[in-house]
Design a protein around this ligand. Structure first.
Ligand code: ATP
Length: 349
């Protein structure tokens, strides 16, 4: 592990950049992840999350910058790097026609686990992941949730120090996603550093010690979920529940002088973020005065207000404030989003 003072860093990233022709997928990203942390890279579709993981595990060459994972340089020590990291890609890398046990034994062989230990390790992992009874089942016949479980088990076959998971719960139902999160926590409690990507804000909040927010290839914030929420609490958010909310009027609210942001929440709710109560530069009428002006504007636009409330900012609100990316966009399931590229985790560049 790379040592900085007393701290042990599992991941050190400096100026990491990846260009695909004109597209800057990852743009001078720098951060450090201490050993034993669960770190989430959170961002919308196309933000550069998968590209970052791929560079960190040696599947893709950076255009510029460098990184060490478990003390091994991603360019220099590729073989050692692969021995020390586990990777759970978004699309499973296991063999559809092999049984669960065969898949794990094959992965053990691939990762250089000594022959005599392969079966024992495979069976132990199957037991830990609640899959032992299904060991002779063909992988193809598993549900999505169980497939994801086995894919994680396979990534652990060589006892990696750092586990990378790309969108681990994408496409899973609520229960399967919850089980998987608990499994990730347990792995972490046992000492594995976890680096995961997600576009699911509650998932980042529930799992991660720290969250890095990435938008258009740039890391724009890196804090604990709590610190991100506190940042958002510096502002007042009011929510208007309206009978209907025509998209064009949202801009009129954003344009009010004391409003830092206005966005749609659900079908007909409008959230308006007022600047801090004391804004000496502008003497902005935030707080109650701001609320009054928001109501006036709503009325002048003919919007009927069903109810109005001041809300406690969530991590979602913090995210929207920091990035300008609407929570609705984040909730879009990538599987069904139009820009999705199938199998973006597999293959070479
Ligand atoms: P998603 O969750 O949709 O996969 P992401 O945050 O993981 O999003 P990336 O897959 O890393 O984002 O993509 C970042 C940008 O790089 C996007 O604009 C994407 O289209 C582009 N990109 C990624 N891989 C390639 C590639 N092999 N060739 C060309 N462009 C690519």
């Amino acid at each position: 592990m790379t040592s900085v003072g007393k701290e042990e860093w599992a991941i050190v990233v400096s100026g990491l950049t990846k260009h695909y022709g004109e597209v800057v997928a990852v743009d001078e990203v720098s951060f450090k992840v201490p050993q034993g942390e669960i770190f989430a890279l959170l961002g919308p579709n196309g933000a550069g999350k998968t590209t970052t993981i791929r560079m960190l595990v040696g599947l893709s060459c950076p255009t510029a910058g460098d990184a060490q994972v478990a003390g091994f340089g991603i360019g220099a020590d590729l073989v050692r790097l692969k021995e020390t990291v586990g990777v759970v890609p978004e699309t499973s890398n296991l063999y559809e026609e092999l049984t669960l046990l065969q898949n794990l034994i094959f992965m053990a062989e691939l990762y250089g686990v000594p022959r005599g230990e392969r079966r024992g390790r495979a069976e132990r992992l199957l037991a830990e992941f609640g899959l032992l009874d299904m060991r002779e089942t063909i992988f193809r016949n598993l549900s999505r949730g169980f497939k994801r479980r086995l894919t994680i088990a396979a990534a652990l076959i060589h006892s990696p120090q750092v586990l990378f998971l790309d969108e681990p719960t994408l496409g899973l139902d609520v229960m399967a996603a919850r089980n998987l999160r608990e499994m990730i926590r347990e792995l972490n409690r046992d000492g594995t550093t976890v680096f995961l990507t997600t576009h699911n804000i509650p998932e980042a909040e529930a799992l991660a010690n720290r969250v890095g927010i990435i938008v258009k290839g740039r890391l724009i914030a890196l804090e604990s979920p709590e610190a991100l929420r506190l940042k958002a609490q510096a502002a007042t958010i009011i929510e208007l529940n309206l009978e209907r909310l025509p998209e064009p009027v949202i801009e009129d609210f954003s344009a009010l002088p004391f409003v830092s942001q206005a966005y749609k929440e659900g079908d007909s709710r409008l959230r308006v973020v007022l600047e801090e109560v004391t804004s000496p530069a502008r003497e902005a009428p935030a707080g109650p005065a701001g609320i009054y002006e928001v109501i006036q504007l709503a009325q002048s636009k003919g919007l009927r207000i069903r109810s109005l409330s001041t809300i406690r900012p969530t991590l979602e609100d913090a995210f929207v404030q920091l990035t300008g990316v609407e929570a609705e966009v984040m909730r879009m399931d990538k599987v069904s989003s139009p820009g999705a590229r199938p199998g973006s985790s597999g293959g070479g560049d």
